[in-house]
Structures are given as C-alpha cells and as structure tokens.
Design a protein around this ligand. Structure first.
Ligand code: 1GP
Length: 246
C-alpha cells in the first residue's frame, strides 16, 4: 500500500502521530534507539529529516538503522534536494509556500524531481507553512513568518495550498519552539480547508497535543520531546494516547 493511501486510510478512523527524527541531531544508533521506543509507544509513522542539510549517505545510514527496529513507514522530511534516500518509503514533496526564496518554493523540488522519478520514490505533495517563531527552519527557509495574530493570512495560504491540490498542509512553529501553534489557529484553518492538517513544533505535552488535535489537526508531529526524554515510551505514549479518538 502506498504511504499516502495508508495515511488516508488511518485518518478515516483516527488521528495520526508521527515521530520526527533529525539525523543531524544524533548518530544512527541513537536515532534507532529513539525509533524503537517511539514504535513501542505507538507512533504511526516516522519522518526523517530536518532543516540542517545532511548528505544522502547519512540519510541512508539513519534510515537503514531505523528499519532494523520498526516496521512503520518512513517518510523523508527534506531540508534540501540533497537529503534523499532510496531506503525510505516515501518523501514529502513539500513547498515552503511562505518563503521569500524560490529555492524553497520550487527550485530544490525541480532539482530533485527527475531523480525521484528515476528511483520510483513515492512523493506526497505538501504545502508547508512556517508560523512564528519559526526557529531554525524559519531562518534557513527564509520564511516570511506567519503571525497567529493575523489568522486571515494563514488561512489565505491554506486555501492556496488546497487550490494547488496539494495533498497535505503542514503548520510548523519550528522544531524546539518554546510555544506550539495555538489550537484556535488550527481551528480557524480547519474551518477553511478540507485537506489533512499536520501540526508540529514545540508540542511537548499530552494536554497541548489533545487541544491541537481536537481543534482539527489530523496529524501531530513531535521530535524534540523524544530526543530530550530519558523515558521516551512513557512520554510519547501519553502524547499519542491524548490525540486518539478512542
Ligand atoms: C519540526 O514540527 C517538527 O519540524 C517537530 O518539532 O521538535 O519541536 O517537536 P519539535
């Protein structure tokens, strides 16, 4: 089954949790340790990548190690066109819609497209919106950071993503952000578009996850909380349970 079809099938019944593992943050062994515990905690998919550019070999190495400990699907979350790996199941073919730099809107994608076609990698198109504070990805992606005080701007981009027929919409506060995206912002976007909404950045507690999910997020992404925790199964387990409907 294609990864996108699996996501949509799961979303028919429940919300999804994805664990982000950034190969730039630790070696492959530690990444696999996090993945094993996240798998046990019940995460649904793994996203591998981040905004710090790393080469295909490091992506390959991390993904191969993670494969040894989980059967869950692995999706590349690329920071650039060099962060590709044929070992993943799919790649988010993402466009940073609120970047000032066309490199992040379409040029990296154009560079990667023929390679992805050649290796027959599943691509999942995704509109990526970075909200304040944006953290590293906001700076590197040269984003005109969207402001939750001006929800109409966020909604405009969300509608544009839907009109472009992108398959997913990612609302990002930035990895390690001190604050997550407000549930009220998610609610306003949810009321404006039908495409599945992913929310990530600064989500660290079950309470925050539950509120964001209830406000209309279909997919919750956490990364830092697992990297920093000494008790990953419990911490992630609580977050994952908090977003599930049953
Ligand atoms: C980053 O949204 C993800 O792209 C995850 O953020 O590391 O803060 O959980 P955290």
């Amino acid at each position: 089954m294609k990864v996108y079809d699996e996501i949509m099938a799961k979303l028919k019944n429940d919300r999804i949790h994805m664990t982000l593992i950034d190969p730039a943050s630790q070696d492959a062994g530690k990444a696999a340790l996090i993945a094993r515990k996240a798998d046990q905690a019940g995460t649904d998919f793994f996203m591998i990548g981040g905004s710090t550019e790393i080469d295909a070999k490091s992506m390959d190495c991390t993904i191969a190690k993670i494969r040894e400990v989980t059967d869950k699907k692995i999706i590349i979350f690329p920071g650039s066109s060099s962060m590709l790996s044929t070992k993943a199941d799919a790649i988010y073919f993402m466009t940073l819609l609120n970047s000032r730099n066309p490199e992040f809107i379409v040029k990296h994608q154009a560079k990667a497209a023929p390679i992805l076609r050649k290796v027959d990698m599943e691509t999942i198109s995704m509109g990526y919106l970075i909200l304040k504070p944006g953290m590293t990805v906001g700076r590197i992606g040269e984003a005109d950071l969207l402001d939750e005080e001006k929800p109409e701007e966020i909604i405009s981009y969300a509608i544009a993503a839907e009109m472009f027929n992108l398959k997913l919409l990612y609302l990002e506060a930035g990895s390690g952000s001190p604050s997550h995206i407000k549930p009220d912002t998610v609610r306003k976007v949810r009321e404006s578009v039908e495409l599945p909404i992913i929310v990530g950045g600064g989500i660290r507690t079950p309470e925050a996850s539950r509120k964001i999910a209830k406000a209309g997020a279909d997919i919750i992404v956490t990364g830092t909380v697992a990297e920093k925790s000494s008790n990953i199964e419990v911490v992630l387990g609580d977050i994952i349970r908090s977003i599930k409907r049953s």
